[in-house]
Design a protein around this ligand. Structure first.
Ligand SMILES: [Zn+2]
Length: 294
């Protein structure tokens, strides 16, 4: 009897390990989607975050180690709206094994003026995560993909997603409440690069961007002069820098206009420390903006 029990244990244990415990491997290329995947997947998933908080997703290029991880992932989550110019490399790495989901492509885009040297053209604004409504949409997309991958875990994923969606609703209420401290005519946002279009639309701000699309753009002198005029005319009290951008230009604008330097915002995804979560990012950005413009 003792022998049989031991025999059953030895034979059955590896089977259980293979079917019951193995986690779904997710590769994400957006710090926002890393949080969403962890929240929805819980302990049923292993999330590999390729674009770490505090790094610039516009400049990211996958290394061989990233591609090796992607090759074994069952789900690859992309920010998209043309953010990942290297998507071809990822497709090559995964073959047909893992699903590559362009999350941001599944909800509507705002247009953005893209600056190329001395001319500009309209492109899709990739910064969708500054709308909490879009993060909620992303949550439902990730939930549905996980349900497809592991129908046995459907209840867990649905419950986790509902809890996270409720958190996002609470956060949205907090943001609306904070923004309400600011009269509508004071909701003017001057930042380094044009990352806050979705935020502006959601909460009634007007964006006055210094450069067009890339944070590395330097404004031409004509453009700078026009912006300085516009800032003075609108009576904007403060202008803002962004964590991943050089604050020099914005400080010059502040000096020229008499507006104060309002602080630094998280524009291209989660940061570190207090801005390391979606909630932390919104609370830091919104408090910085509202308190400086009041
Ligand atoms: Zn950006």
């Amino acid at each position: 009897m003792k022998f049989i029990r031991l025999f059953l244990f030895v034979v059955c244990a590896p089977v259980l390990a293979a079917t019951g415990v193995e986690k779904i491997r997710i590769s994400t290329f957006s710090s926002i989607l890393t949080e969403v995947a962890q929240q929805v997947g819980g302990d049923r998933v292993e999330v590999i975050s390729h674009v770490k908080p505090g790094t610039d997703p516009h400049d990211f290029e996958p290394k061989p180690s990233d591609l090796r991880a992607v090759a074994t992932a069952q789900l690859v989550l992309l920010s998209a709206k043309h953010m990942e110019g290297y998507v071809g490399k990822l497709e090559e790495a995964t073959g047909t094994k893992g699903a590559i989901i362009r999350v941001g492509d599944q909800f509507p885009s705002l247009k953005l003026s893209v600056q190329h040297g001395d001319h500009s053209h309209d492109g899709e604004d990739p910064h969708w995560w500054h709308s909490i409504r879009n993060i909620a949409r992303a949550t439902k997309i990730v939930r549905d993909e996980l349900n497809k991958l592991s129908p046995a875990d459907k209840t867990t994923f649905n419950t986790n997603a509902s809890a996270y969606l409720a958190k996002l609703e609470t956060l949205d209420a907090w943001v609306k409440n904070k923004v309400a401290e600011l009269p509508r005519d004071k909701r003017k946002l001057v930042t380094n690069h044009d990352a806050f279009g979705y935020f502006a639309r959601e909460y009634g701000f007007t964006v006055m961007p210094i450069a067009g699309f890339s944070k590395n753009d330097q404004p031409g002198s004509k453009k700078t002069a026009e912006l300085i005029q516009a800032i003075k005319a609108a009576g904007v009290k403060a202008v803002f820098s962004e964590d991943v951008a050089n604050p020099k230009v914005i400080q010059e604008i502040a000096n020229e206009t008499g507006a104060k330097f309002g602080g630094s915002l998280l524009s291209d995804g989660l940061g570190t420390g207090e801005g390391g979560t979606v909630e932390g990012m919104f609370k830091r950005n919104v408090s910085t903006i509202v308190d400086a413009l009041k």
